[in-house]
Design a binder for this molecule. Structure first.
Ligand code: 4FV
Length: 253
């Protein structure tokens, strides 16, 4: 996958996108990331990339020309251009999977009050929002999307399996994860995970995912629905939870 980022602050990306998995993905040549400084495409001697809003009002608006010139300078093949903005389509794992199929993504990062509307009209394929809050710029939103999308590109994550059975992949939250030590300050690792019985372990993990999702994100279950087996697993989970109540000592009023 080729990624081009149009921004006034390329330095904001160097840390997050040049570490760990994304760094390795670039070293392996699976992902290529180019940073294009919009200010390099300004023509006036003050290199002005923003200006006062027509019609008055606070703040500054990013100018259309430098962005269009920067965009036109990018070699394109099956390119998909994304503008980050609060009024965009809400980003989620489903959209991440869609974008991970693309060959070439171009991100336009706004700043200040926003970007001249004609940029959206001329070159934007999709506006995307990472959430209902206002950022100082689109850069961090672009980083969030690049991180979530890049890890779904084949070859970026160690074994693809992990991408398959993770949160939201099946609209279920994750099951609890444990590693050594077996006991930490009195907190034990669940016996079943030490049993080596993978059928039992998979069942326990599915039950935990269902319980987790029911307690924390019932909205996801309402969208996803439950199979008969899953309902039985959940009831079993409830029953086991209820049994725990009996273990709790009585307390005088
Ligand atoms: C944003 C978001 C976001 C709005 C004005 C940048 C800021 C400034 N982008 N999801 N939420 N952008 O708040 O994507 O230009």
């Amino acid at each position: 996958m080729k990624i081009d980022i149009l921004t006034l602050f390329p330095e904001m990306f160097y840390g997050p996108l040049n570490s760990s998995i994304l760094k390795k993905a670039q070293e392996k040549g699976i992902i290529t990331i180019n940073y294009i400084n919009i200010r390099d495409f300004t023509t006036d001697r003050h290199h002005q990339a923003d200006d006062k809003p027509y019609g008055g009002g606070a703040g500054m608006v990013m100018k259309v020309e430098p962005i269009i010139k920067a965009y036109e300078a990018i070699p394109k093949n099956n390119s998909f251009t994304i503008m980050l903005s609060p009024q965009g389509r809400k980003f989620n794992q489903k959209l991440a999977r869609e974008l991970s199929q693309k060959e070439h993504l171009i991100f336009i990062c706004g700043h200040y009050e926003g970007i001249d509307e004609r940029v959206r009209q001329l070159i934007v394929d999709e506006e995307i929002s990472i959430g209902d809050y206002i950022l100082t710029g689109g850069e961090i939103a672009a980083m969030v999307i690049i991180d979530a999308v890049a890890r779904l590109v084949p070859g970026v994550l160690g074994d693809e399996v992990s991408a398959e059975e993770e949160s939201f992949s099946d609209l279920l939250l994750e099951y609890p994860h444990y590693t050594r030590p077996r006991n930490f300050r009195g907190l034990e690792v669940p016996e079943v995970l030490l049993s080596g019985n993978h059928k039992k372990i998979d069942l326990w993990r599915k039950k935990q995912s269902l319980l987790n999702t029911l307690f924390r994100r019932r909205d996801l279950l309402k969208v996803r629905g439950l199979t008969k087996e899953e309902k039985i697993l959940l009831w079993q989970g409830f029953f086991e939870l209820a049994m725990l109540i009996d273990e709790i000592p009585e307390r005088s009023e």
